[in-house]
Design a protein around this ligand. Structure first.
Ligand code: ADP
Ligand code: NI
Length: 219
């Protein structure tokens, strides 16, 4: 099958699975991550076919919504790509990216094995930052029934994926436990620059959020 047909069929498949999803892992997240990864990928001279397939399939079955099963994502992507008779080295590369891409806790390193992986991870992380990142964090928190913020519960620095996955803290803690850490963990130069800008915006948001938290105590 021609590459463009593999891409368009994969796009249709992913769109149909993720359309209307309410926790910020919807089709439009995939749409943005794909655009960002292709833009970063052109600057970094990577294999754009692998990059595009990995972005399209990276959230096809997330461990967060499948009882913590970390193999469900790569396994679902593999089944789909085998059905389209994609070559094995490409399938393996895409599945490795999907397996490695996730943030796993403040103290856990998440290195990518290839340039393509680095680009896809940066693009996914950029979508967790900035205005969209703020919207997605609260959408996810609402989906999970979390409090917006609770001054009595401090953020934690998770040193294993197991611990990170179990965390049920308020959404504002997620900024300290993950989102504010991302700018220093970007892989590509252009990704780092974009992350820096979005980071500053989020910082301003959180400062304002906290300044409004107790209501107007005095005019
Ligand atoms: P990754 O792409 O690193 O695997 P996730 O899929 O865990 O990231 O996160 C994607 C989105 O879901 C992010 O925008 C993130 O803010 C949000 N999210 C994940 N976990 C939480 C949480 N505990 N509280 C609030 N938002 C979360
Ligand atoms: Ni994602």
């Amino acid at each position: 099958m021609h590459k463009s047909k593999i891409i368009s069929q994969t796009e249709n498949y992913v769109r149909q699975v993720l359309e209307g999803e309410g926790s910020g892992h919807d089709w439009w997240h995939i749409h943005r991550v794909r655009n960002t990864a292709l833009a970063l990928g052109k600057a970094e001279n990577v294999n754009l076919f692998v990059t595009e397939l990995a972005t399209l399939l990276h959230d096809i079955a997330d461990h967060k919504f499948h009882g913590g099963d970390e193999e469900i994502g790569p396994a679902t992507a593999r089944k789909w790509l085998e059905r389209l008779e994609v070559e094995e080295p490409i399938i393996k590369h895409v599945c490795d990216i999907i397996r490695d891409i996730s943030f796993k806790g403040a103290e856990v390193e998440t290195p990518m094995k290839t340039k393509e992986g680095e680009v896809v991870q940066d693009a996914d992380r950029l979508d967790a930052l900035g205005a969209i990142g703020i919207a997605r964090a609260f959408a996810y928190g609402g989906h999970k029934g979390r409090e917006l913020h609770n001054p009595n519960i401090s953020p934690e620095r998770h040193d294993s994926f197991e611990q990170y996955k179990k965390s049920t803290g308020p959404t504002l803690n997620h900024f300290y436990e993950k989102l504010f850490l991302l700018k220093d963990r970007m892989n590509t130069k252009s990704g780092r620059k974009l992350a820096e800008e979005r980071h500053q915006f989020m910082k301003e948001f959180v400062d304002r959020f906290l300044s409004e938290w107790d209501g107007i105590v005095k005019f």
